[in-house]
Write a protein that binds this ligand. Sequence first.
Ligand code: A2P
Length: 296
Amino acid sequence: MKSKFAFSLPMEKPSNFFTLANRVTVPVIGFGTWKLKPGKEAYHAVLTALQSGYLHIDTASVYENEEDVGKAIIDSKIPREQIFLTTKIWNNALTYDDAKLEIEKSLKRLQVDYLDLCLIHWPNPVVIRDKKNAYINRNREVYRAMEEAYREGKIRALGISNFKPHHINALLQTATVIPHVNQIYCSPTDLQEDVIAFNDQYEILTAAYSPLGAGKVLEHPTLKHIAKQYNKSVAQIILNYLLHKGVVPLPRSTNEGRIKQNLDVFDFYLREKDVKALESIRGDFGSAPDPDISKW
Ligand code: A2P
């Protein structure tokens, strides 16, 4: 199964874009910042990524590194309009008013006057889970605040993260703008094809956090075997595979060599038999969290 966003590799460079339903363009590989320590680590990693050619940075208020991301963007001297910047509204925002405030706080911490993409980070916060279906109203209200900011030009595209089809269906009952992006855990060992197919139906672009399975997947023997044949690293095989599927990978690294390596994934095409081998490793080495039973 390939998303309708899928394109054919080889393609030129990371300056290639996916185009969202509202015509906003998204650089096909983003730099992930989850787990980057606030302060020097996050700042240096993001600055290195920007200096290496990434034009798409993914952060979140709960990562507590938005200030560092903002500072790295300024220090990179890359014009703001060339960078695609995503942040996410965390579970502390339960109402329309909370969400309005959170958007303003993120803008301030990032030192920007607009976001390219803003996501509801988690569909079913544990603090309201004892009330059956409370998440439905919470998501609708948070999204309503996001839609308002979208209309005011403070956000260029809207989205969700970790949403499964039942969460999206509930949101679609009241949304006036169909979400443009759904960011999910997506790695060869758990691609969440059902969610990708659902996203696709609504022209929602799928973005992949932890595309390298937070590093764990890299040791998979099948992947190591494939990588050797192409003279590529396992990370490069995975990123090429996700792009081929029409998914935006958001790899993270603190190491300059690996940051650069993760952009150098456009000059080869995986053979059908290797794609099949990649599809056979589902379930090994980690899987997506279930947003309805998580601890947060
Ligand atoms: P490091 O920061 O030392 O490079 P994910 O993007 O799935 O969350 O995975 C992130 C993890 O994968 C980090 O531990 C990172 O470690 C590691 N990593 C990122 N890129 C590569 C690569 N090209 N080769 C090996 N490990 C990588």
